[in-house]
Ligand binder design. Structure first.
Ligand code: HEM
Length: 531
């Protein structure tokens, strides 16, 4: 079963070049005899404008850098394959890569979120886990993180959130090393961040290795079967090596000694033939059960408790080949939540809806125009035939006189396929046009409490220590106090312990909150609701 897996590499081989054994030329193929001295008038005279080789060489160098990703700038990636265990998901989806059992080529990029391209790997941060599946039905991107929830519920807040996370504009000093006032200011004013902030203060934010990290699609997506019937789905990646973290002291030391710790580990393990592996799991929820939960399935700050809907293993992912060129592959890969194949669709999650706009938009500037899907790492193995023409970086020579639909003249225009096309899931939608949030999105503490309650004593110690370290550096006392207030809605003991470490008074216990662990748990754990 290697043919499909190799299809992407066969395609990439046509773009891979090896300068070994060649002779130096200009971009025009003219052989160059001498590249150490520029052409000048006299051996101590000025350089001549007519030195086309020197000008071309320097001009290209001047343009070697492109904008780094606005978030997730630092990363590492590798090729591999995904194979579904069996065809059991064909009851739910027409996506062949989830049911065919063939080896589907993939590229996975892991990343940190906040740091710039040259930042250290072992910082306290969320990690990106983005997978591009090169399927026969087109490219499918699962652009996830190593935590199952997110900081905000609506993507319109994402620019505010990222501005708060990134270094402050006056000095651009990464905030992990100094007072992270703006991040905690955002947290303190936005209760919806509470659940994710607990994950961020936990050891999950310090993965020992990318090979030992879970991944999550985060949003509720939809599988769609041949009859157009939808089933809600959450995607989970589980590492075969188990989930392991560093401790904070190790992270700080490693950041100094080897800032590429996670990147090196991924590279070295693949070079050594110890191929990292994950199992893909899905949680499935019947559309009829959309409202059977005490949270909203469209709310990305919530997970579906596994006691309620078990994770069902469906396939495995293996990374078995390092890239040949970091820039061409890991840097130029362009993931997009809207890269779907037939059989998978969105939901109305307002965070997802914003992402569906944002990725293509940012890539238009990051990758310099509308033709970046033609770059080798982004090119589908499925046949591509559009009426799109021209633009910066166009690599194709389209023949024929027509590039519009519908034309009666023929010559150059693709036809509409009879079958195998993408069909948007049919969903009834009605309502008033309003700028508001559903009341079903407003419980910000119950799942945060569930997370805290699920921690072992040592994990709790680490969380408290992380809050004390991070929040303790915040210069504004009101921000520290307001954050502790929020934690008090999660657990009084947690709030009290953090308070003493960050120089604010411990708040009084919130009635009805810190003592209601068992009802909250049993409510979330009630059975039923999944197919
Ligand atoms: C990049 C995940 C929310 C905008 C990324 C990457 C990942 C990711 C993994 C890096 C992709 C790569 O390796 O190239 C997530 C997850 C989110 C989330 C799991 C929430 C569930 C958002 C939101 C927005 C956004 C709400 C905007 C409204 C971006 C942008 C990039 C990015 C602009 C850079 C893409 C590029 O330059 O190619 N995200 N993200 N993300 N994300 Fe998100």
């Amino acid at each position: 079963m290697t043919d499909h897996h190799d299809a992407k590499h066969e395609q990439l081989d046509r773009s891979r070049t090896d300068p070994e054994g060649t002779v130096l030329t200009t971009q025009q193929g003219v052989r160059v005899a001498h590249t150490d001295d520029s052409l000048r008038a006299g051996d101590r005279g000025p350089t001549l404008l007519e030195d086309f080789h020197a000008r071309e060489k320097i001009t290209h160098f001047d343009h070697e850098r492109i904008p780094e990703r606005v978030v997730h700038a630092r990363g590492a990636g590798a090729y591999g394959y995904f194979e579904a265990y069996d065809d059991s998901l064909s009851r739910y989806t027409t996506a062949e890569f989830l049911t065919s059992g063939e080896r589907i080529p993939v590229f996975v990029r892991f990343s940190t979120v906040a740091g710039s391209r040259g930042s250290a790997d072992t910082v306290r941060d969320v990690r990106g886990f983005a997978t591009k599946f090169y399927t026969r039905q087109g490219n499918y991107d699962l652009v996830g993180n190593n935590m199952p929830v997110f900081f905000i519920q609506d993507g319109v807040k994402f620019p505010d959130f990222v501005h708060a996370v990134k270094p402050e504009p006056p000095n651009e000093i990464p905030q992990a090393q100094s007072a992270h006032d703006t991040f905690w200011d955002f947290v303190a004013t936005q209760p919806e961040t509470t659940h994710m902030v607990l994950w961020l203060m936990s050891d999950r934010a310090l993965p020992r290795s990318y090979r030992m990290m879970q991944g999550f699609g985060v949003h509720t997506f939809r599988l769609v079967d041949a009859e157009g019937r939808g089933t809600f789905v959450k995607f989970h990646w589980t590492p075969v090596l188990g989930t392991h973290s560093l401790v904070w002291d190790e992270c700080q030391k490693i950041a100094g000694k080897d800032p590429d710790f996670n990147r090196r580990d991924l590279w070295d393990s693949i070079e050594a033939g110890q191929f990292p592996e994950w199992e893909l799991g899905v949680q499935l929820v019947d559309e009829a059960d959309e409202h059977a939960f005490d949270f909203d399935l469209l709310d990305a700050t919530k997970l579906i408790p596994e006691e309620r809907v078990p994770v069902r293993p469906v396939g495995r992912l293996v990374l078995d080949r390092n890239p040949d060129n970091f820039f061409a592959e890991t840097e130029q890969i362009a993931f997009h939540t809207a890269n779907l194949v037939p059989g998978i669709d969105f939901t109305n999650d307002p965070l997802l809806q914003a992402r569906n706009f944002s990725y293509l938009d940012t890539q238009l500037i990051r990758l310099g125009g509308p033709n970046f899907a033609q770059l080798p790492v982004n090119r589908p193995i499925a046949e591509v035939s559009t009426n799109q023409r021209d633009g910066h970086g166009q690599q194709e020579i389209h023949k024929g006189r027509t590039s519009y639909f519908r034309n009666t003249l023929g010559g150059g225009c693709p036809a509409i396929a009879e079958g195998g096309t993408f069909r948007h899931h049919t969903e009834a939608v009605s309502g008033h046009k309003i700028r508001a949030r559903s009341a079903s999105f407003l419980d910000h503490y119950r799942q945060a409490r569930l997370f805290w309650n699920s921690m072992s004593p040592v994990e709790r110690e680490h969380i408290v220590a992380a809050f004390r370290f991070e929040l303790g550096k915040v210069t504004a006392k009101e921000v520290r106090a307001r954050t502790v207030e929020r934690l008090n809605h999660v657990d009084h003991e947690l709030a009290a312990q953090v308070a003493t470490g960050v120089g604010v008074e411990a708040p009084a216990a919130v009635a009805g909150y810190h003592d209601d662990r068992s009802p909250a748990l049993s409510q979330l754990g009630r059975p039923g609701g999944s197919p």
